[in-house]
Write a protein that binds this ligand. Structure first.
Ligand code: SF4
Ligand code: SF4
Length: 370
């Protein structure tokens, strides 16, 4: 029995995606595209079932998990082994069959990276083979079936806010009032289905969304006990996005981060990394084909990274860049100056930005968005 549980154990079923979002490092990934061998997925599920090294397995990293041809077999196997799962999906492949499989499987948590809420903003996702109308229909169908069947799968709907993204091309969801209206429309949609299905939940205080000035990161609105809207901002992917956009970063050898103490990501080919932002697996901590998850988790490379972090030192170059300093001049040369000036000339917004501090100047976020 493992004593030190993994908070985030994630499997990348594939690094291929049917979207090509302008804010995703998918476009920079050099790893070969592929699909996880079902034997590897089952091996990890078996280990989790036996050792309980993690309470839940997430199908999340790069790519779109629902593209995996054996997705249903994998989640059915997890159910058979009593292993809870979480699925992160862009939502475009939520067909009737996939919805049925998700509802009747081990998927306890479903995170839909809905992100853009209209035809115009949907364009930044460069979706292949689906338009916004069909996309919205599929996502809403998932929500409808969840309510009608009284499924216990909890759903989080991620919505992007690009208001404080100053990099060129990082826009599309800048109008907070529009985002607010879209969320309220979604709430009415959900309340209507609840009513018709006879499962009405207590009314939430919609005015909270109306009062919330900036729908930004760290704000989650619970529509009912099982369905929430989660607001996120565009991330920098450990500053890799900035470098790709010509912004200089001075590496830092000092820093600390919780990810190596909480995360283990298994890429489709078995390569493991200790961080959700390491999209190209540059910090290889092991290979799940050759070793057990427990051995990798307690292995030498993890130990070296963690011990250094306990001393507030960063041994991995990727971490040194992630925690590095952003060169102001190269940033100003590349930033969306029109957008930035608008913010700086608005006293209220300027105050807000100062309060957030330079490090939080939106795009300094280091969260993975999907
Ligand atoms: S953000 Fe998600 S949906 Fe968009 S390209 Fe990346 S993996 Fe695909
Ligand atoms: S790359 Fe950044 S977020 Fe990832 S482990 Fe290193 S310091 Fe933490």
């Amino acid at each position: 029995m493992a004593t030190n549980k993994i908070k985030w154990l994630r499997l990348e079923l594939t690094n291929a995606c049917n979207f090509d979002c302008s804010y995703c490092t998918e476009q920079y990934m050099t790893r070969k595209k592929g699909f996880m061998d079902i034997k590897l997925a089952k091996k990890i599920i078996d280990e989790v079932a036996l050792t309980k090294i993690s309470d839940i397995i997430g199908f999340q990293f790069m790519g779109e998990g629902l593209l995996h041809p054996k997705f249903n077999e994998i989640i059915s196997y997890a159910k058979e082994k009593n292993v809870k799962c979480k699925l992160v999906t862009n939502g475009s492949l939520l067909t009737d069959d996939n919805i049925h499989n998700i509802i009747n499987s081990s998927v306890q948590e479903l995170y839909i990276s809905y992100f853009t809420s209209d035809d115009h903003s949907f364009k930044i996702r460069h979706a292949k083979g689906i338009d916004y109308t069909e996309y919205q229909k599929r996502v809403r169908n998932m929500i409808r079936k969840k309510i009608e069947t009284k499924s216990s799968t909890r759903i989080s709907i991620g919505l992007l806010n690009t208001k404080y993204s100053f990099l060129p091309g990082m826009d599309g969801m800048d109008n907070t009032q529009k985002i607010r209206d879209d969320v309220i429309s979604l709430i009415h949609f959900i309340k209507d289905i609840e009513k018709r299905s006879g499962v009405a939940s207590p009314d939430q205080d919609i005015t909270e969304i109306e009062r919330h000035e900036d729908l930004l990161e760290n704000y989650t609105f619970a529509i009912n006990s099982d369905i929430s809207v989660v607001f996120i901002e565009v991330g920098t992917w450990a500053n890799q996005f900035l470098i790709r956009n010509g912004i200089k970063i001075t590496k830092s050898i000092n820093g600390h981060c919780l990810n190596p103490f909480e995360q283990l990501f298994v890429a489709w080919d078995g390569t493991c990394t200790c961080c959700c932002l390491d999209y190209d697996c540059s910090m290889v901590v092991g290979n799940a084909n050759q070793n057990s998850i427990a051995d990798i988790w307690n292995g030498d490379r993890y130990k070296t990274i963690r011990d250094a972090m306990k001393r507030k030192e960063l041994v991995e170059e990727y971490c040194q860049t992630c925690r590095g300093k952003i060169d102001l001049f190269s940033f100003l040369r590349k930033a969306n100056v029109k957008k930035l000036s608008r913010m700086l000339l608005n006293r209220k917004k300027l105050k807000y930005l100062i309060n957030r501090g330079w490090k939080r100047f939106n795009f300094i976020q280091n969260e993975k968005t999907s």
